[in-house]
Design a protein around this ligand. Structure first.
Ligand SMILES: Nc1ncnc2c1ncn2[C@@H]1O[C@H](COP(=O)(O)OP(=O)(O)OP(=O)(O)O)[C@@H](O)[C@H]1O
Ligand SMILES: [Mg+2]
Length: 470
């Protein structure tokens, strides 16, 4: 569709433009040539008229006979393809080159133009010539003057029809070459538009279709440094990003399935063990409690996933209000007291003042602090130190969570924010899904703030900013 439509539109436009230009040029040429032809003709006639004039003078002086004069004008008339008459000073004809008009002999053929001729001027008219001739002619009248007195005139004329015949051939040449030029230009346009625009577009189009059908690794191979080449390049960039997204999506689905399958498998194992009686009765409670933990983990995973997809879909609107971040930190630490004790870690909380009011969504900020603290507890050294601090600086509040423990490797630093990314691959099963930081960063980004990580002081710092209120 696109190919045909664009192509015929372009071809039509160019054809119209070229045809119009050539028609204008051809009309102009025809007009110019007609004038040129008539001018040439006139010049030829005038040149010959000098010869006639000389003979006429000879005749008048008695040096030549009328017959000789008549023979001369007949010869010249044939030569220049015009009819010639000679008139006396009253406009009466006394010699005629064409015998067909013998009846005009001794007749006064014009009156009006005689005045002009008397003054020594030539005249030039086109028409049926005052009823003397029955066809339309182009007439030239040239006076014969002798020492300032008017002695008669030479009249030369061509029938317009004959003139037209000669012109017609030239017109034909002009118009036929114009038509050939139009056809030739169309062929050139056809060829180049095919090569430059239509074919590359068709290729991009076909690759686009294949990509949309799932062949995401297809690319356009066009090398031209014009807009089409640029389009092809942008198209390939787009295809790259589609391919990457597609890969992400596949990975995501396989990660989710994996994360969901492993707890379900163990729950299934315990329950069927109990049902089959493989697990002794006194151990049933123990296994049920493990199953319960797994179910809790599943619930958390599903909640995380739901949160994440809501955040990514932009569905979840933050309810921004004034919140005391210090209070959130205190509450979260209290919530995690048991886990902290299990790790025998010490927690330092370091605030500027009692409260620090910031703009944010309370529940989401709890989620951020919870995730960061959860990570710290997970990765802190046995008996190590955790430090949470909030500082106010200018318009911003800086909140950082530190734990001493293993550093995050250079190559992991960029990826820890990706969903399902776990630097420590061994931690697959129990307590790690790799969604925590991804959610944290999404929330902070939605608040239009920053979060970053640093390896420092034999441990890891996670720091983020918030906008202060008051
Ligand atoms: N405080 C920390 N010290 C060292 N490594 C960390 C720390 N916090 C995060 N990481 C690394 O970043 C990875 C991603 O963290 P994230 O919170 O997203 O996932 P997770 O803690 O493994 O799982 P989840 O939080 O979903 O239970 C972790 O697997 C870990 O390798
Ligand atoms: Mg985590």
């Amino acid at each position: 569709m696109v190919k045909k439509g664009l192509f015929s539109k372009m071809l039509a436009t160019y054809t119209i433009i070229i045809s119009m230009s050539l028609i204008i040029i051809a009309s102009f040429l025809s007009y110019w040539f007609q004038n040129y032809f008539l001018d040439q003709r006139k010049e030829q006639i005038l040149n010959n008229s000098y010869m006639i004039q000389t003979y006429t003078m000879k005749y008048m002086a008695g040096d030549a006979t009328w017959q000789q004069l008549n023979d001369i004008i007949t010869m010249i008339a044939e030569n220049i393809k015009s009819d010639i008459w000679l008139t006396d000073s009253y406009g009466r004809v006394y010699a005629i080159s064409n015998k067909e008009h013998k009846e005009l002999m001794y007749k006064q053929v014009f009156v009006k133009e005689l005045e002009e001729l008397r003054l020594g001027n030539t005249f030039e008219v086109t028409g049926p010539y005052a009823g003397v001739l029955d066809k339309t002619v182009r007439v030239y009248g040239i006076p014969i003057m002798n020492e300032g007195t008017f002695k008669g005139s030479i009249i030369l004329y061509n029938s317009i029809e004959e003139l037209g015949q000669s012109l017609k051939r030239v017109y034909e040449i002009i118009w036929i070459s114009s038509i050939f030029a139009i056809i030739f230009s169309c062929i050139v346009i056809y060829y180049f538009s095919q090569k430059i625009i239509i074919k590359p577009l068709a290729e991009i189009n076909s690759v686009a279709r294949r990509i949309s059908n799932g062949d995401v690794d297809k690319r356009v191979y066009l090398k031209s440094n014009d807009e089409i080449g640029e389009l092809a390049q942008s198209f390939n960039f787009m295809a790259d990003s589609i391919e990457k997204n597609e890969k992400n999506r596949r990975e995501f689905i396989s990660n989710v399935s994996h994360e969901i399958r492993s707890p379900i498998t163990s729950i299934k194992g315990f329950i069927s063990g109990i049902l089959d009686g493989v697990i002794p009765q006194e151990k049933e409670k123990y296994y049920l409690s493990i199953a319960h933990e797994e179910i809790q983990r599943l619930t958390r995973l599903v909640n995380d996933l739901l949160d994440m997809s809501a955040i990514e879909a932009g569905e979840f609107s933050l309810r921004i209000m004034e919140v005391d971040i210090n209070e959130i930190i205190r509450l979260t630490v209290i919530n995690y007291e048991r886990k902290i004790k299990e790790k025998r870690a010490s927690v330092d909380v370091c605030f500027d003042g009692d409260s620090l009011f910031v703009a944010g969504d309370r529940d989401r900020l709890v989620q951020v602090i919870t995730n960061l603290l959860d990570n710290s507890i997970k990765y802190v050294n046995e008996g190590g130190k955790i430090k949470i601090s909030s500082k106010s600086k200018g318009k911003k509040a800086f909140i950082s969570v530190f734990n001493d423990g293993p550093k995050i490797a250079e190559e992991d630093l960029l990826h820890i924010w990706d969903r399902f990314y776990k630097a420590d691959k061994a931690r697959t099963a129990k307590d790690s899904t790799g969604l925590g930081l991804s959610i944290v960063r999404n929330i902070i980004t939605q608040l239009q703030e920053d979060i970053w990580v640093e390896n420092k002081d034999n441990g890891v710092y996670f720091t983020f900013t918030l906008m202060k209120v008051k």
